[in-house]
Ligand binder design. Structure first.
Ligand code: BTN
Length: 306
């Protein structure tokens, strides 16, 4: 009902009468009025007068009915603990691939390596539930496809020269714009689900608490539409979602990788390794050339450019 009313209001710059709405939606004018009140409570600016209703402004919130063609797979919450937890519950209940859980803000946003992810209002925080037809050994390619899609989305939409730091951080001028976290469940050799959580600093300002972070608002000097960013990202990513190894993802990812060819320090849970990052292998592992001339592969860790 909400999406029908909004479609009709959006199709007219002028006032749409209560009568036209109630005829089109086959419901009473009182029921239309109640729905309009609900939309106003959700942040839609709708003028109501004796002549009818006029949509003045829509909030920049990715409500399901705003994500045309994906309505059934979008779950939006103004505030929640972490999108990772809700996405995991939905995945275990059997939700379809490309189900997306979005939060306006998170109270317990999680980062990689047991860190917290600052999740103030104004950022984009979401987790996609995916069910790719690939072996668990290749699961990292899903993250690589996601960081490739995000870097392209940001370059296309805003002409910002974002780059990727291994494995999946987006940096602009050396500062972190977005991060990615993944959680997988598999049985024997089949992925039941892999959830990719992405946090993008959009209109929030993380730099006070994280000096090495930046945001689209800072980079562009203006507010950025979260709805548009998410819509374009999902369009860009969806073709990779079933089989991210099919599309030459790694080759394309390397074009945007700022890590390759650099001296880096990798911190894993057990050790710190320094070396020159020379390549990324088919499982997403970073291949390092060490000072003693040997090579070493690292599959998981934090990467610092020296
Ligand atoms: C990192 O760079 O450490 C990864 C950050 C991932 C943050 C996102 S925000 C949406 C999703 N929900 C979470 O709790 N974390 C991820």
């Amino acid at each position: 009902m909400k999406s029908h009313i909004l479609t009709l209001l959006k199709s007219q710059e002028d006032v749409v009468s209560g009568e036209i709405l109630s005829d089109a939606l086959k419901t009473s004018r009182v029921s239309i009025w109640k729905h309009i009140r609900k939309l106003q409570d959700l942040g839609y600016q709708i003028d109501s007068s004796a002549k009818g209703y006029r949509l003045i402004n829509s909030p920049d919130i990715p409500y399901p009915w705003e994500m045309i063609g994906r309505e059934d797979r979008i779950h939006y919450y103004p505030e929640m603990s972490s999108t990772m937890d809700t996405a995991c519950e939905l995945a275990r209940k059997g939700c379809p691939s490309m189900t997306v859980v979005i939060a306006g803000r998170q109270l317990n946003g999680r980062g990689r390596m047991d860190r917290k992810w600052l999740s103030d209002i104004g950022g984009l925080y979401f987790t996609m539930v995916l069910r790719p037809a690939i072996s668990p050994a290749l699961s990292a390619m899903v993250n690589f496809a996601a960081s490739l899609s995000l870097v392209r989305t940001i370059r296309d939409l805003y002409d910002i020269k974002a780059q990727i730091r291994w494995p999946n951080d987006l940096l602009v001028n050396g500062k972190k714009l977005s991060g990615m976290l993944s959680e997988m469940e598999a049985s024997s050799d089949i992925i039941t689900h892999i959830n990719i959580g992405i946090g993008v600093n959009v209109n929030n300002d993380p730099s006070k608490r994280e000096p090495n972070a930046t945001s689209l608002k800072f980079l562009r000097g203006q507010e950025t539409s979260i709805k548009q960013l998410l819509t374009r990202f999902l369009e860009m990513f969806e073709p990779f979602s079933q089989n991210p190894t099919d599309h030459g993802v790694l080759k394309q990812w390397k074009k945007y990788a700022v890590t390759l060819g650099r001296d880096v320090k990798i911190t894993t849970i057990h050790e710190e390794i320094e070396g020159r990052a020379v390549d990324v292998g088919e499982h997403g592992e970073l291949i390092l050339k060490l000072a003693n001339g040997s090579t070493k592969s690292v599959i998981y860790g934090d990467c610092f450019h020296q």
